[in-house]
Design a protein around this ligand. Sequence first.
Ligand SMILES: *Cc1c(COP(=O)(O)O)cnc(C)c1O
Length: 495
Amino acid sequence: MDIYYKSTRSKSERVTASKAILNGLAENGGLYVPESIPSLDVDLAKLPTMDYRETAYAVMSKFLTDYTEEELRYCINNAYDSKFDTEEIAPLVKVGDVYGLELFHGKTIAFKDMALSILPYLLTTAAKKNNITNEIVILTATSGDTGKAALAGFADVPGTKIIVFYPKDGVSPIQEKQMVTQTGDNTFVVGIRGNFDQAQTGVKAMFNNEELKARMKDKGYQFSSANSINIGRLVPQIVYYVFAYGRMIKDNAIKAGDTINIVVPTGNFGNILAAYFAKQMGLPVNKLVCASNENKVLFDFFTTGDYDRNREFILTSSPSMDILISSNLERLIYMSCGMDTDKNMELMNELGRDGRYTITPAMRENIKDFYGNYASEVETKETIGSIFKKEHYLSDPHSAVAYCVYKKFKKDTGDSRPSVVASTASPYKFTRSVMTSVDKKYDALSDFELVDEMNKITGVKIPDAIEEIRNAPIRHKTVCDVDKMQDSVESFLGL
Ligand SMILES: *Cc1c(COP(=O)(O)O)cnc(C)c1O
């Protein structure tokens, strides 16, 4: 069955998968959503015998139906190879009473690599298929991890340029160093004096600026997005939930057909939406547990039906989740009101105007698969410390938010079925907050001394991603105010 993509904000737009990937954002600032969710037509009992690439093909071919088998296998084989430091690609490990799905074995040691190692292939293949001759300019806002993963994916990819905006004071020192040392003549990294929401809003404004787009076109450029609003990010993220299910069968944690819970540390709502799509495809999933940090807009939303971003923006130790406007939630809103573009537009306009909206009781009923909770900064630190003590396993702060919320979920609901926590970053990316959670004394050490100390206490090999930036020269020094983002894009592109 061919799958087409519709905009959450336009009744008329209907495009192929490759077009949706190329465009990034849909008409009227909407997001692309598949017209219907295809079902997974593999026997669940067969999943444990399939490796990551086979699983990826089984899932992605259902969504990206205008890619030929040859094209899609080319993308998958080039993405999920020895760039990952383990053949499993996404290993499943037992952490106490729950499974951790480690999504941080790619080039930049965060889960963004899972989708961003394939997106450049999907995008350049899409350009070829659609006879696009313009150079594609990837414009991206990052809360820390997307930026580096996108830079690593697109560096020196012919026919592309990549521009990344990050909040200058809102990312970890390692995250910043990873970005500003990025090589590749087609890369451009800018720190903004503002937070992630402002970076994301600035990027969206450029996407919707027709005058700018016209001038770009004259120069042979067109925008696309590497943010999780791109369906080319979302679809590859469904794969690892299906893969994890197979690994749980293999591990005798479940039998084919048993239901599991999936716990996801959430920011922009992309990763957990992918888990929801996996459930919609027919993967036996009970609850989708949405874990937030102190920026707990989503917890409040799931408990009350009110989405309200009017609150203080808190900088936490899990910066990639410091988000008050979770872009991908719009897709769930759209689906929960029966794909009603008018209703969705009404709510999104309220969000733009008042910073808040309330969904109807019927819509709430339709999103009952979700459970929300959050972890405070203190609880997150305690979780890192106690998991290390009990299991000798070091979790990064984002994953720790999820481990903590899983505990609350279990206590709250009494649900003890086998569960998976999406573990989204290597602890090596957040050495200071992780090590000081183990023992305060570590705060006296420098960033790279902490790396070595972490290696000493865990015995886990220091990832290449960290070794590479130890002595790498800084190549990107541009910093700008929020209202100058477009100027910096124009000067980089010579518009
Ligand atoms: C991006 C990110 C998240 C949040 O994922 P969303 O898809 O934005 O909800 C969580 N943890 C880490 C480490 C991340 O990089």
